[in-house]
Design a protein around this ligand. Sequence first.
Ligand code: ADP
Ligand code: MG
Length: 278
Amino acid sequence: MSYSSDQTANSSIDKITSSASPHDDCQPLNDHQAAKNVPHGVPGQPVLHADKLSKQVTSGERSLTILHDLSLSVAAGESVAILGKSGAGKSTLLGLLAGLDTPSDGELTLFGQALSRLDEDGRAALRAGRVGFVFQNFQLLPTLSALENVMLPLELSPHAGDTQTAAKWLARVGLGERVNHLPKQLSGGEQQRVAVARAFVTDPELVFADEPTGNLDPDTGAQIIDLLFTLNREVGTTLILVTHDHALARRCDRCLRLDQGKLTAFVPAAASLEEGTQ
Ligand SMILES: Nc1ncnc2c1ncn2[C@@H]1O[C@H](COP(=O)(O)OP(=O)(O)O)[C@@H](O)[C@H]1O
Ligand SMILES: [Mg+2]
């Protein structure tokens, strides 16, 4: 099932259901974006809907509210940038939206399924092959080669053991000559690219990336960004990116800012990009 271009463009606008709004500095949909192919997802339905998510953690004897009453909808084929200062809760939010972490309160609906009704195995089964995640600290397994790390998500799919697909993705991120390297034999930027290849190897509908260019030099970062947006445009991969790279944020359909406040995690985006965002 696929969207027409017009449906895609319309559904990409004003999907936020909280107080956040598109940022002035975020480019509106242009012809390039409106022409995106969106084979994934059901027209008119969000791939993800977060309803009043809150996250509290306990640190020592104190309870810390990281996210509070945060709501967000993301439509199939959208690209969304989340900016905010260090400690604002961006990584926590991404983990919740991907179903990797559970909220203290609120509900997350992913691909039409309420996650609170699923146990951990059920959530993993829902994500398998459909959600890719680029962790801020990569989370590569140290004893596995680059190729084996990229192959891991395939193990839960009909493509288990498909070395060719994994090698193709390593080549796409410029690591065709590094397939047998262990993570410790790779630079930080190379590890980050392995993490990107691993996130995309199952041809997922939805990819979360936590500062995906944070360890890359400008040229390599630009190549990875181009790859992300090519996939977003051509395959319809929905992208939710945490970044402090304004150039990357500006290429997204929507930019949102998470406030560093302890009680309020989601704020109107006005004037956010002028502030420090890391
Ligand atoms: N499990 C935890 N226990 C205590 N504090 C946490 C925990 N997870 C995150 N935090 C705190 O929550 C805040 C948000 O963290 P994080 O989501 O990593 O922020 P960001 O990605 O925006 O830099 C930080 O102040 C961090 O120290
Ligand atoms: Mg973070």
